[in-house]
Design a protein around this ligand. Structure first.
Ligand code: TPP
Ligand code: MG
Length: 673
């Protein structure tokens, strides 16, 4: 009897296993262990618990599903095929092939139903935490005071599959500790505890008691045999039942490669095709035709279709109730649109703070003023810092903190968890509803980098506020003074790096980041005060959008020398040029402010040649970082004033002298060209 009750799930799970191993065999590469090990859990989840509508993959209130171990992508593709997301058997046959909808690891916005790109282990877990945070924050904003049983437009969960690898990665600690602190009871993490990774048993490197670990984070810990359908069902009933005020981890004890008589339970099935003979044995073991490939029993399609029909009804009911809700709650309905339309007020320029040209200000402080001026007008704008808000000036004053007891605030306290922060930002961004920023010292952008890379790949318009952007940090010394970070960020495709010269460019940088960015933006800001450019005297700061512009020139006409600077070096370079002109130097010196190399590179050749004419070969580049990457702009006769080693400890004035970042030295370099 017991078996009969779950026969449908077992058949579905075995079908998933066979689709996965057939596709991997055909591709001659891939990872069968995870799909086979998690097939039972996945079948139960997708056939009975996950609330989603394959017919409307963008349904705002769907449960989010993340496969953090992206190497097990065939599990997800098999599920997407069976569930009716439009992925065909032919697509599965193209697994890992050029241009297919079934690439090696799941790719966001490439395959319908994939909620986030996964592959770099651990990040999917943090993405899931970000999704759950976004959901909670939307609940607090949009559900009003709907009573128990009344329609609540935001009421979904995030379900994440993770493996040993995801939990060995440090990022899982960062994200899960925060999830526990925020009591994200809308988050369910299902741990594929098979005790196997690539090199063999996890005993080789990790004897952590996962249950104790998650208990210590403040999670609810459930455990189950991941191959006992009765146990899975019971555990899910609990996990998906009434929220318990904590995130839930389900430790699923599983066998990697379950169903493969000679390879299950060993690392052999982690990441290599099983081989034709073994696949035949697997199918025989399931009572399937060993000669049939990519075969799906009619009952399995029928089971998934029945679930899809039911979920379609659920989604349609939601949509109908949502319409009624909109009519009954015009204010909440307007709030919904503010969060989901992506539209910004068009009067943003007029609400920007006015900076007094007589009062130098650090660009980090200018950024804080800009953020705080914009925040009241842009409700979806939320963010925080990795414990450096007072230094990063990222706090939105008067808008409250996000905490376990109140998600209505707009300030996130990520804790000292830069990588976790970056991956959580990605989760918030893919979830939808918010425009998110995160801050830390620029030197620690290295800690954010793995998730920033995925943000760039996913083209997520997240904004990084990186302050203390050069050796001008001063006394904190070389561990805190970025030098190679600028070049490193610029090397990453799809990231827009903006290093404003002063306050007015800082405001322009934020406007660009909020309005136009199609991917991640890093705004690099100074610790030290910088002279403000009086825009009555200089060209408009909005020229920042072109990446570079002529800021000043000795006189009209063809320049003899072009000095190109970014960020805090613009002021130094301008002072140098002016001192030469005032001293009667005959040369026509042009000073170019280049806040963003990426934006400049995106301009047409005409504009680029207008700002930096090919004919003018006497060029000086001034930037407080390594010269790497500037050679093309400096040209064969140019010079680059840079910092090639790590910084030093001392007052920033002493360091500026030491490294030659003074108007006198810059003027001497201009002269020597
Ligand atoms: C950050 C990162 N490091 C390394 C890898 C390479 N890698 C892919 S899968 C894997 C082992 C994962 O083990 P586990 O999560 O237990 O998966 P299972 O073998 O159980 O399928 C490794 C090291 C990766 N994808 N991401
Ligand atoms: Mg494992």
């Amino acid at each position: 009897m017991k078996e009969d009750k779950y026969a449908e799930f077992e058949l579905a799970a075995n079908t998933i296993r066979c689709l996965a191993i057939d596709a991997i065999q055909k591709a001659k590469s891939g990872h069968p262990g995870l799909p086979m090990g998690m097939a039972d859990v996945a079948a139960m989840l997708w056939l009975k618990y996950l609330r989603h509508d394959p017919k409307s993959p963008d349904w705002a209130d769907r449960d989010r599903f993340v496969l953090s171990g992206g190497h097990g992508s065939m599990l997800l593709y098999s599920l997407l095929h069976l569930a009716g997301y439009g992925l065909t058997i032919d697509d599965l046959k193209q697994f890992r092939q050029f241009g297919s909808l079934t690439p090696g690891h799941p790719e966001y916005r490439h395959t319908r139903g994939v909620e986030t790109s996964t592959g770099p282990l651990g990040q999917g877990v943090a993405n899931g935490v970000g999704m759950a945070i976004a959901e909670k924050m939307l609940e607090a904003r949009l559900n009003g005071n709907a009573a128990e049983g009344e329609f609540r437009p935001v009421s979904h969960r995030t379900v994440v599959f993770c493996g040993d690898g995801d939990l060995q990665e440090g990022i899982s600690h960062e994200a899960c500790a925060l999830a526990g602190t925020l009591a994200l009871d809308n988050l369910i993490l299902i741990y594929d505890s098979n005790n196997i990774t690539i090199e063999g048993s996890t005993d080789l490197s990790d004897k952590t008691d996962a249950a104790l670990r998650f208990k210590a984070y403040g999670w609810r810990v459930l455990e189950m045999d991941g191959h006992d359908f009765g146990a899975i069902d019971r555990t899910f009933r609990k996990a998906f039942g009434k929220p318990c005020g904590k995130p839930t981890v389900i430790i699923a004890h599983t066998t990697i490669g379950k169903g493969s008589p000679n390879k299950q339970g060993t690392a052999a099935c982690h990441g290599a095709p099983l081989g034709d003979d073994e696949i035949r044995l697997v199918k025989q073991g399931f009572g399937f035709d060993p000669d049939a490939t990519f075969s799906v029993p009619a009952e399995v399609y029928a089971a998934f279709e029945a679930r899809a029909r039911k979920m379609h009804r659920v989604a349609n009911t939601w949509k109908r109730q949502f319409k009624e809700w909109r009519a009954a709650h015009p204010e909440l309905s307007a709030a919904w649109d503010r969060h989901f339309s992506g539209e910004l007020p068009d009067n943003l320029e007029s609400i920007l703070p006015k900076f007094d040209p007589a009062k130098p200000v650090a660009t980090r402080a200018a950024s804080g003023a800009v953020l705080n001026a914009l925040a009241p007008a842009i409700a979806p704008l939320i963010g925080g810092s990795a414990d450096l808000a007072p230094s990063n000036n990222t706090y939105l004053k008067g808008f409250g903190d996000v905490s376990a007891s109140d998600f209505s605030g707009r300030n996130l306290h990520f804790g000292i968890r830069e990588l976790g922060m970056a991956a959580i930002m990605n989760g918030i961004a893919v979830h939808g509803g918010f425009k998110v920023f995160g801050g830390t010292f620029f030197v620690f952008s290295n800690y954010c980098r793995p998730a920033l890379r995925v943000a760039a790949m996913m083209k997520l318009p997240v904004v990084f506020v990186f302050t203390h952007d050069s050796f001008y940090v001063g006394e904190d010394g070389p561990t805190h003074e970025p030098v190679e970070q600028l070049a490193a960020l610029r090397a990453m495709p799809g990231v827009t790096v903006i290093r404003p010269a002063e306050a007015t460019e800082t405001a322009a940088a934020w406007l660009w980041a909020l309005r136009k960015a199609q991917g991640p933006v890093a705004i690099l800001l100074s610790r030290q005060n910088l002279e403000i450019l009086d825009r009555a005297e200089y060209p408009a700061a909005s020229l920042l959008e072109k990446g570079a512009y002529t800021l000043w020139q000795t006189r009209e006409g063809r320049p003899d020398v072009i000095a190109i600077a970014t960020g805090s070096e613009v002021g130094t370079t301008l002072a140098a040029a002016k001192s030469l002109a005032a001293g009667g130097d005959w040369r026509n010196i042009r000073v170019v402010s280049m806040p963003s190399r990426e934006l400049f590179a995106a301009q047409g050749a005409l504009y680029r040649d207008e700002v930096i004419p090919a004919a003018c070969r006497k060029r000086l580049v001034v930037e407080a970082g390594v010269s790497f990457g500037w050679e093309g702009i400096a040209g064969p006769e140019g010079r680059i004033l840079s910092v090639e080693g790590f910084g030093l400890s001392g007052t920033y004035k002493a360091l500026a002298e030491h490294f030659g970042f003074t108007p006198a030295n810059v003027a001497a370099l201009m002269k020597a060209l």
